[in-house]
Structures are given as C-alpha cells and as structure tokens.
Write a protein that binds this ligand. Structure first.
Ligand code: PEP
Ligand code: MN
Length: 354
C-alpha cells in the first residue's frame, strides 16, 4: 500500500503536573521548538488517588501557563473537575480544558463542569472513565454537548481503562473507543498513550497503533526533567524524546491512493465477512451440541460445570496459540465467551421447568 503521510494530527503535549514557573516555561519552550506540537497541557489540580501525593499547584499554575503561551504562541489547557476550576481556567484564557477519567465517571461533576462551560468557545476533551463503560463516557459527552459546546470543540480522549492485571497501567480497549466514534461521528478522537502505558517504553507503539486506527491526534505527557517529576515520572518523556517519537509515527491516509486499492480491500473484506458468517454458524452448531450435553447431564443428574474437562480443553487449545498465530490472551477471551454461552445454554436446558 502506498503510504500517504499528509494527514496532520493534533498533538497536545506537556507535563502531567505544572510544578513551578521555571519547569512550565522550560518545558513549553522545548515543546514549542518541536514544530509538531500544537498545544500545551498541564495539570494544576491533580486528582491523585492518595491524599499523600502531590495535589497540584492550583490557580497559580494558570499564570505560568499563560506566560508560556505569550512567549511561545502555543495555546494551553488544564484538567477541570468542578465549576470553580472551569471559571478560573476561562478567566485565565485557557484554550482547552479536559475532563479526567475520574471525573467522567461522576455525572454530578460532569454536569457541574458542563454548566460552568455553557456557551464557551474553549476546546473540551472528554477522557473515558476508569471503568470500561461506554454509556458513562457517552453520557459525559452528551452533557457537554448539551451545554451548547459545538461538536468541533468536543474531542474524545482514550486513556485506557483500569484493570487489575495487565502489562499496561490502563490497558486500551480499542473497541470501546471505536464504538464511541461510531456514536459520535462528528467528533475528533485523540489517544493518550502516556496514561495507557504508565511507562516510557511502549508510548511510541501505542501512538502508532492509534494513528493506524485513524485517531486524529495524541495527548502525551512531556516534562523537561521526567525523572524528577512530582507525578507520573515513569511515563513522562523529555520534549526531545517526544519530538523523536512524533517524527517516527506514520499518519497513513484513510483514503485510497493506489488505483486498485479499494478493489483489493473490498475483496479481502468480503472474505472476512464470509469467515465471520461461518464462525457464527459454527458457534451455533456448537451450542446445539451443548444443549444435547445439557439434556444428558440432566437425565444423569450431574452438574453443568465439569471443571477438569474444561481446563484440559483450554490447555490443549492454548498450546496451539503459536502455530495458529494467535495471542494466548485473545484465545482465552474467546474461549471464556464460548464457555459462558455454553453454560447459559445448558442452564436453560437443565432448568427449563423450574
Ligand atoms: C492526566 O491527564 O494528567 C490525568 C490525570 O489523566 P487521567 O484522568 O487519564 O488519569
Ligand atoms: Mn499524569
């Protein structure tokens, strides 16, 4: 496929926390010298899990950010979680505010923020909530849109979802983000690889993945001296490193460039559609067999779940993951879903007259 790198992403970068005037100015200057950065982010009220952690510098940070804006020409935005935050940000001439993951999950707070923003012309970024709940994210967007913020100023921001065991701090759930795109086709969507990864190493690959999924840009944490950062030190990168990461990302065009591009793609998509149809016919056949097994178990009065057999089946199938070119995580997720559906079928058969 021909690569067209003309798609121009929106890049918002800056420190997790604004810490001092010097840190804000030095970081902003360095980011401004990377021509790809469009806007500065900086947290001044920090929604930290523990009250013992750095809580942010508060309103004085707005003064430093607006000084940096005057010097560099780069617009800036801060996180807001209540009406007082919004009013202070608007007074200070913020160009953007974002609603953080902890706030999105709370409709009272989102409504308060929306009411305080009513009619304003700032850009409003709505992060997904911490829980993988499409409805709560969608509801937050609807509250902002309901406050007369025009769609071109509302941006979806995917920062991953809290999960107990994962190699990521907040694993991305691309299907939820893509579902939000489907529901709100006129809104732009950015990805926040910093809070997804929780460490510097995989930021570039998550950013590339977002570019490949047609995201409109990135929201990345960058600090002049990441190791000494007062919050999220492990995931912040220097402006120079950020510039390097951004230069390495390919923003491929979504549109056809080669003449036979659509044809080739269409043929492969038809093939995929056919395979999906076959997969579900096979699932249906499998469930009919599960029903039959349910009837036999019922006649013989044995439980639905026969753990040993299921464990053997999982181990055997996962042993083939490499040969099949599939990840063990994917196979486990599919097997779990199939198993739950099987159990539901057998439950229906066994308890049909209860
Ligand atoms: C942040 O962007 O600094 C932040 C607190 O992020 P999140 O709400 O995604 O945890
Ligand atoms: Mn952070």
């Amino acid at each position: 496929m021909t690569v067209n790198e003309k798609r121009r992403p929106l890049i918002i970068a800056g420190p997790c926390s604004v810490e001092s005037r010097e840190q804000t100015l030095a970081t902003s200057r360095a980011l401004a010298s990377c021509a790809q950065v469009d806007m500065i982010r900086g947290g001044i009220w920090k929604p930290r899990t523990s009250p013992a952690c750095f809580q942010g510098v508060g309103e004085i940070g707005l003064r430093w950010l607006s000084e940096a804006k005057q010097e560099t020409g780069l617009p800036f935005g801060v996180e807001v979680a209540n009406a007082r935050h919004v009013e202070a940000a608007l007074r200070a001439g913020a160009d953007m505010v974002w609603i953080g993951a902890r706030t999105t999950g709370n409709p009272f707070s989102v409504q308060e923020v929306a009411d305080a923003l009513r009619g304003s012309r700032v850009m409003v970024l709505v992060k997904n909530g911490q829980m993988p709940d499409t409805e709560i994210w969608a509801g937050a967007v609807e509250r902002i849109a309901g406050a007369d913020i025009p769609p071109e100023n509302i941006i979806l921001l995917h920062r991953g979802f809290a999960q107990t065991s994962s190699e990521f701090r907040n694993p991305p759930l691309w299907h939820i983000a893509l579902e939000m795109r489907r529901r709100f086709p006129s809104l732009k969507m950015l990805c926040d690889p910093s809070h997804i990864c929780g460490s510097r190493e995989r930021i570039a690959s998550i950013a590339q993945k977002a570019a490949d999924l047609s995201y409109d840009g990135l929201f990345i944490e960058s600090h002049i001296d990441p190791d000494s950062a007062l919050s999220d030190a492990a995931q912040q990168v220097t402006p120079a490193r950020l510039c390097e990461i951004l230069s390495g990302i390919k923003w491929r065009s979504e549109d056809a460039v080669a003449p036979d591009f659509e044809n080739r793609l269409e043929r492969l998509r038809l093939e995929i559609d056919q395979i999906d149809c076959q997969l579900f016919s096979l699932f249906s056949q499998r469930m009919k067999i599960a029903d039959e097994i349910g009837r036999i178990k019922r006649e013989n009065d044995v439980t639905i779940l026969q753990r040993k057999r299921w464990e053997e089946l999982v181990v055997n199938l996962l042993g083939r993951a490499k040969e099949l070119g599939l990840s063990a995580e994917f196979m486990k997720a599919v097997l779990n879903a199939v198993h739950m559906e099987s159990i539901a079928h057998q439950n229906e058969v066994m308890n049909s007259d209860i």
